[in-house]
Design a protein around this ligand. Structure first.
Ligand code: SF4
Length: 891
């Protein structure tokens, strides 16, 4: 549905699993104004930098707008007929397990539901898996082992009510910023609240922490085993809860007690004092929430980590009551919705189990389907390996970019290239994945699509359309339903719209469910379309048989687990075996997110202000490691494993644990020459959940030897093919790019024209100083700067954000053009430096200037500069800058 300009639509942010409510207003002329929804219970009006910039990502630049077959425009009918014919052919010749869907936590629940129904109930295979496998499959498996169901017991409010919040493997400040802000506000109101951060890196989240435990990679199981033993040995076990509602504590304690504190210190890389401090804090706080996300899940023993945490909460009965419980925070906006409708290869719809014949029968009867998958399908890593060895003949990818995000991404790309038939549904025309598609199908993007998502606290919210569908783009659920009809299942896939899909899904959650399954939203089964459109955010369960909705939707305070005997299970997990390293490399690679980009940047990469925070891929390296390897500030470095290499900028910081490296996951071949970090990662998975270990790969590190380094700003998209290293980002009026050359350049002027997309005869302003190795060029078109080029035999020194801003300036005054050549503003002109606050466009130089003029707190810096006064995501960095500069001032 398209709204008229001026109307404000309540919708939901499409990025992280916090699931913030958004007010989107379509303005006259097409601009979109974004505000946080003050009534949404996830965020109460707050948004982070990414959410605030949503209006800058909805343009049609680069969008896929029509279906294509083999690169040529096609009609929807022709494209879908071909897809159906190819899938039918593969199924007829090789069986239903020769085809697969690889979908995404970006899909809406309605999209996911139709895709899962089609694959498991009508094709008869469970080969549908999702990029959520990379995100939180270990949490799903841990929940199911302990609770008998994939239930998140608590709510976001618990994070505010807790006396102790333990954040483990979670850089909440950057990855779930609004939750971080909620905790920060709670701590400001109750300073006695304690926060512990468990992370090998001292991330920005440490800003809030009373205690940071820089744990060794994968030391979490040992840490929580030690905690369980400490709780038991010091009288903190809630005997009544354990006796009434759990089983298996003895076996879990046997394993936990097998190690003493010295063993645990060796396994965790922490001191005995740190362990004792943490255990005393945890034991002494009745209201404790343990929050965990990808640092726990993305591990070869991720499920054991989850159960090691849950064991401690079960032992103390600290679960399901206000301010208490284990709390898995999902990375994606609808990872939870996908889990609910069975988007994982090893689950059925509506939280039913594929291994359970009663559940299979029930699902099949509900769908009236001709078949039902009899066994789990291929999980993500297995799926692409099966494709690599020829077992998968046809694959449909929706809303995800596995060529960049999967481990062993080079092998994934090779498998896709060799697959006989690949369909990709996406919003973008150019991604590293879609270039391998035989059929490209244009999907609706955020603001255009209509449906529901579930956030990390089980809250279902509407994503509402307020923009017209562009070109011939169509909803993902519609694409799957049309495909289903062409596969001969017209009646089962005859959905009038997303509301009809939701009604069916809601009815399925209630089908033969008498309280024995956690997920029940039967109250939504009879909603009419208007009620669906008006649906307010709510937490499940919301069963039809009980219309009086309890305000407390927590689970398990009084037991009632979803195992056959309704008892929770302690799981006797053990520390992982040490895997001998035979690579000869000595660094541990950790991957993850940065504050202002999302996944593979197909949307956030469009925003100049989000790109201004960190504009280039980097490797965080501890100073001692850098010194040993002769790596200097802003050098380029090569990070390599047996599977490949990336070249990124060195960021030398003691935030990083010695012997470890952090490289962000966002940069693809669309944005950089060689920064697809998941190419380096081995396809090692957690054996229980199948989740890949994306945070612990052994790699080598060395300086990248460049003959010269360059930087350009340009109105045209820079053509980087001649550079040995490059990384580019959007600016308000064009582009900026870093580059480096490995060999000598004979004709610099020719290089300038090539990079900037200029005619070779274009007049150029230039300066070359052979003694200092500096070369600079600028091109103007009338009074406008077209491009500027800076080259040096060292990492080039230019005020980058200032230079990018010059693309918007008027250069009628000819002498001012030399300032562009200088690469920095005149002394009487402001230079913001690197952007810290993306919302208010405040740079580090502004903040340092404020500190030098007497600001001594985040609040006074905010008052003086405006930094941190909108979404607040940058406050931790401001505090870091304050700390650094106040120390310097005091020295
Ligand atoms: Fe979106 Fe930020 Fe909220 Fe996550 S925290 S849902 S990215 S606004």
């Amino acid at each position: 549905m398209t709204r008229t300009p001026g109307t404000t639509v309540k919708t939901t942010c499409p990025y992280c699993g916090v699931g913030c409510g958004v007010l989107a207003t379509l303005e006259e002329g097409g601009a979109v104004t974004i505000k946080g929804d003050p009534d949404h219970p996830a965020n109460f009006g707050r948004l982070c930098s990414k959410g605030s910039a949503l209006g800058e990502t909805v343009d049609l630049d680069g969008r896929l707008l029509v279906p294509e077959i083999d690169g040529s425009r096609a009609s929807w009918d022709d494209a879908l007929d071909l897809v159906a014919a190819k899938f039918a052919e593969a199924i007829a010749e090789h069986g239903p397990d020769s085809v697969a869907f690889y979908v995404s936590g970006q899909l809406l629940t309605e999209d996911y539901y139709v895709a899962n129904k089609l694959m498991k109930g009508f094709i008869g295979s469970a080969n549908i898996d999702t990029n959520s496998r990379l995100c939180m499959a270990a949490s799903v498996a841990g929940h199911r082992r302990a609770f008998g169901s994939d239930t998140v017991p608590g709510t976001y409010e618990d994070l505010e009510l807790a006396d102790l919040v333990v954040l483990t493997g979670s850089n909440l400040a950057w990855c779930h910023p609004v939750l971080y802000q909620r905790i920060a506000a709670a701590k400001a109101a109750r300073p006695e609240m304690r926060i512990v951060l468990i992370d090998p890196r001292r991330t920005m989240t440490a800003d809030l922490a009373d205690l940071h435990l820089p744990i060794a990679p994968d030391g979490d199981v040992s840490l929580f085993l030690g905690l369980l033993a400490h709780l038991a040995d010091n009288g903190f076990v809630d005997e009544a809860y354990v006796a009434a509602h759990t089983s298996g504590i003895e076996q879990a304690l046997d394993v936990a007690r097998a190690q003493d504190l010295k063993d645990l210190a060796a396994q965790t890389g922490l001191s005995v004092t740190q362990l004792e401090q943490f255990y005393a804090l945890w034991a002494g706080a009745e209201k404790v929430v343990t929050v965990y996300s990808q640092g726990v899940n993305q591990s070869r023993n991720g499920t054991d980590k989850v159960n090691a945490i849950i064991n401690c909460h079960l032992a103390t009965g600290r679960i399901g009551r206000p301010g208490m419980g284990p709390f898995s925070v999902t990375g994606q906006p609808n990872a939870m919705g996908g889990r609910e409708v069975g988007g994982l290869a090893n689950t059925l719809a509506a939280h039913m189990e594929i291994e359970n014949p009663v559940h299979r029968d029930r699902v099949q009867r509900f769908w009236k389907s001709p078949v039902i998958a009899q066994k789990p399908g291929l999980k993500a890593v297995d799926l692409f390996q099966a494709m690599g060895d020829g077992r998968i003949k046809a694959l449909w990818i929706m809303a995800t970019n596995p060529v960049d995000s999967m481990p062993d991404a080079g092998a994934v790309e090779a498998a896709l290239a060799a697959c006989p038939f690949v369909v990709v549904s996406d919003i973008m025309a150019e991604t590293d994945t879609i270039r391998h598609a035989h059929v490209k199908l244009p999907s609706l993007g955020w603001g255009e699509k209509d449906g529901t998502v579930t956030n990390s606290e089980r809250r279902i919210s509407r994503q509402r359309a307020f923009l017209a569908a562009p070109g011939e783009a169509r909803a993902d659920w519609w694409q799957m339903a049309e495909f289903g009809k062409r596969m001969g299942h017209s009646e089962a896939f005859d959905f009038a719209g997303p509301a009809a899909v939701m009604r069916e899904y809601a009815a399925q959650t209630a089908f033969e469910n008498n309280g024995t399954r956690d997920l029940d939203i039967g109250a939504c089964a009879d909603m009419d379309d208007q009620a669906y459109d008006d649906l307010q955010p709510f937490q499940w369960p919301r069963p039809a048989r009980d219309m009086s909705i309890s305000p407390d939707t927590r689970f398990f305070a009084n037991g009632g687990f979803f195992t056959p005997d309704r008892l929770a299970r302690f799981v006797a997990v053990a520390p992982p075996q040490t895997v001998p390293d035979r690579t000869g490399h000595r660094f541990t690679l950790n991957t993850g997110r940065i504050r202002d980009h999302w996944h593979t940047m197909t949307r956030t990469g469009k925003s100049a202000r989000l790109s201004a925070h960190i504009a280039e891929p980097f490797a965080e390296i501890h100073p001692r490691d850098a010194k040993l390897l002769n790596i200097g500030t802003a050098d380029l470095v090569r990070v390599e494993s047996a599977r490949g290499e990336v070249v990124v900028r060195a960021l030398i910081t003691d935030r990083q644990r010695e012997g470890t490296i952090f490289v962000p996951m966002h940069w693809t071949d669309q944005w950089a020459s060689s920064a697809r970090v998941d190419r380096l990662v081995a396809p090692v998975v957690d054996p229980v959940s199948g989740q890949p270990a994306l945070k612990n790969t052994t790699v080598g590190l060395s300086r990248f030897e460049a003959s010269c380094y360059g930087f350009v700003v340009s109105r045209n998209k820079p053509a980087m093919l001649r550079a040995d290293y490059w990384a580019m980002a959007r600016t308000v009026a064009g582009w900026r790019a870093e580059f480096a050359l490995a060999g000598a350049q004979a004709d610099i002027r020719d290089l300038v024209c090539t990079l900037l997309g200029l005619d070779p005869a274009t007049p150029l302003l230039s300066l070359a100083d052979p003694r200092s190795g500096l070369t600079r060029y600028a091109a103007f078109d009338g009074v406008r700067l077209v491009g500027a080029f800076y080259l040096s035999d060292r990492p080039v020194s230019v005020s980058r954000n200032w230079a990018a801003d010059q693309l918007e300036q008027d250069f009628a005054n000819l002498s001012s053009r030399w300032q562009v050549i200088a690469g920095r503003p005149a002394s009487d002109m402001p230079d913001k430096g690197a952007i810290v606050c993306a919302c208010m466009n405040v740079g580090i130089n502004d903040i340092v200037g404020a500190i030098r003029s007497g600001c001594s707190s985040v609040d006074t810096v905010a008052t003086t500069t405006g930094a941190g006064t909108n979404c607040g995501s940058c406050k931790a960095e401001i505090r870091g800058i304050l700390h650094e500069h106040q120390i310097i001032a005091a020295e």
